[in-house]
Design a protein around this ligand. Structure first.
Ligand code: ADP
Length: 320
C-alpha cells in the first residue's frame, strides 16, 4: 500500500485540528468540473446534500463518479468550481478533510497485517479513533483479530475496511463502489452493517455504484451522474412522488406527452407507457389513462437513457 492509499483510507493526520461547527449541508458542489488532459470527467456539477443522509451516487461506468468522490475527499483539485464539506471549502481547511473518511474502490488494506495490526495502524493515524466501536463491530461480524488480512474473504476484507473507516468517526463517509467484486450475500451483509453504523453514528454517507438495485433500500438521497453531469439530485421519496408511469391508448400518447415532461416513452401497437415527471394531485382528465408509481430503478434507468434530461428535487406539475 502506498502512502497515498494510506491517506485515502485513514484520512491523514489532520484530525488534531479543531473541527469547524456543524453545517446543516454536508456536501455542496458549485459548478464543479474536472478535466484530465483533453477529457472532461466532470462538467458544471452543482448540487447540495443535507447532513445525515445516505446518498446513492449512481451512474454508468465512466460517468465521473470516482472523480466526483475524489474531489469531495480532497484527493484531487477541481479544474473549475468548488466543493464544500460541512460549509468548508475542500482543499483549504485540513479540519474539513479530517471529518471525511474516504474508502477507495481498491480497499486499501495490508495483506500481510493481521486485523488487530490494521486496527492499531488506524488508531495511530486518527486522533478521533473509536477502538471500542471497531472491536465490537468485528466481534459481531465474527472476524478474528489475529487473522492476516490477506487470508480473509473478499466480504470480510470489505467489512474490515468499512470498520476502519467508521472507527475514524467521520461526519462524512465517502465510499467508491464499496460493493464491487463482492458476491450477493457479501453485498447484502456489507450494506446491512453499513446501515447499522449509520444508525449508531448519525454520519452522512455517500456511496457510489453502477448497480442501482444494490442501493435502493439503503439510501434516502439519490444523485444520478451521467456523462460527467448531474441529472438528478434529490430526496428519494420526493423523486418517487414526482414521477408517474401513465398508460393509455397509443393514439392519444402525443397529446398526453405534450402536457408534461416525458422521461421515457414506450409505445406498442395499442398502448403507450410514459414515465413522466409529475406528482400526486392533478387529475389526468381522461379515464382512458391510468397512472401508477415507479420504482427507483425504473426512474434511474429512464433518466440514464435520456442524458439530456434533468430532474429537480421538487416537481413543478402534479397529477393523480
Ligand atoms: P466512474 O467512476 O463513473 O466510472 P471516472 O470518474 O472514473 O468514472 O471517470 C470519468 C472519466 O474520466 C472517464 O472518461 C475516465 O476515463 C476519465 N478519467 C478518470 N480518471 C482519469 C485520469 N486519472 N486520467 C485521465 N482520464 C481519467
Amino acid at each position: 500500500m502506498t502512502a497515498d492509499r494510506t491517506v485515502r483510507m485513514f484520512g491523514g493526520g489532520a484530525g488534531e485540528l479543531t473541527a469547524p461547527a456543524k453545517s446543516p449541508t454536508a456536501l455542496e458542489a458549485m459548478r464543479l468540473a474536472k478535466r484530465y488532459r483533453g477529457t472532461w470527467a466532470l462538467r458544471d456539477c452543482t448540487m447540495s446534500v443535507p447532513a445525515g443522509r445516505v446518498v446513492a451516487l449512481v451512474g454508468p461506468n465512466g460517468a465521473g463518479k470516482s472523480t466526483f468522490l475524489h474531489l469531495v475527499a480532497g484527493l484531487i483539485a477541481p479544474t473549475r468550481g468548488s466543493v464544500r464539506v460541512f460549509g468548508e471549502p475542500v482543499g483549504q481547511r485540513a479540519a474539513a478533510l479530517a471529518r471525511v473518511a474516504f474508502l477507495a474502490q481498491d480497499k486499501p488494506l495490508y495483506d500481510g497485517f493481521t486485523v488487530a495490526e490494521m486496527l492499531r495502524f488506524g488508531h495511530h493515524l486518527n486522533p478521533g479513533w473509536d477502538d471500542t466501536l471497531a472491536r465490537q463491530r468485528l466481534a459481531e461480524l465474527d472476524i478474528p483479530l489475529n487473522r492476516k488480512v490477506g487470508k480473509l474473504s473478499g466480504g470480510q476484507q470489505a467489512q474490515v475496511a468499512l470498520t476502519i473507516a467508521v472507527a475514524k468517526r467521520p461526519d462524512l463517509l465517502v465510499m467508491d463502489e464499496p460493493l464491487a467484486n463482492l458476491d450477493p450475500v457479501a453485498r447484502h451483509d456489507v450494506m446491512r452493517s453499513l446501515m447499522a453504523a449509520v444508525a449508531e453514528t448519525q454520519m452522512t454517507v455517500v456511496l457510489s455504484s453502477h448497480v442501482v438495485s444494490d442501493l435502493t433500500n439503503a439510501c434516502d438521497w439519490l444523485v444520478v451522474l451521467n456523462r460527467g453531469q448531474v441529472q438528478i439530485s434529490g430526496e428519494v421519496d420526493e423523486l418517487l412522488a414526482a414521477h408517474r408511469m401513465v398508460s393509455g391508448p397509443a393514439e392519444l400518447a402525443d397529446g398526453m406527452a405534450a402536457r408534461m415532461p416525458v422521461i421515457s416513452d414506450s409505445r406498442r401497437e395499442r398502448q403507450a407507457d410514459l414515465l413522466v415527471r409529475t406528482g400526486p394531485g392533478t387529475p389526468l382528465h381522461d379515464p382512458r389513462w391510468r397512472a401508477s408509481g415507479v420504482s427507483l430503478e425504473e426512474l434511474v434507468l429512464a433518466y440514464l437513457r435520456r442524458p439530456d434530461t434533468t430532474a429537480l428535487p421538487r416537481p413543478t406539475l402534479t397529477t393523480t
